[in-house]
Design a protein around this ligand. Structure first.
Ligand SMILES: [Zn+2]
Length: 109
């Protein structure tokens, strides 16, 4: 069972890897850092604020990832994305800037 023993919002001084979407957190961007423990293991978990929010939107709808944690952006499927768009279009576009909004026609190539 994973326990979060603390989390804070920080401004990146160097680039980090987002543990949720696996993309870079650019220097200067705000991100969230959580300290997690599970038995004898401890680690930090860094995510974009938008990725965190996307996970929380699904969490509120009883959708979670492994170990009862927030679902990672890289594990979200089409239905999850639709739910996030319906709940908060702004977060959707922040997390997936290259994706068309669900239910909208794809851009013509
Ligand atoms: Zn991210």
């Amino acid at each position: 069972m994973v326990t979060i023993i603390g989390s804070e919002e920080l401004t990146a001084r160097k680039s980090h890897l987002c543990d949720s979407c696996l993309r870079r957190i650019e220097p200067g961007a705000r991100y969230r850092r959580a300290r997690c423990v599970d038995g004898g293991d401890a680690w930090t978990w860094k995510t974009h604020l938008a990725c965190q929010k996307a996970g929380e939107i699904l969490w509120d709808r009883d959708i979670s990832g492994e170990e009862d944690c927030l679902l990672n952006v890289c594990d979200m499927d089409h239905e999850d994305r639709e739910m996030i768009y319906a709940a908060d279009p702004e977060t959707f576009h922040e997390v997936w800037p290259d994706r068309p909004a669900p239910g909208q026609p794809k851009p013509v190539q």
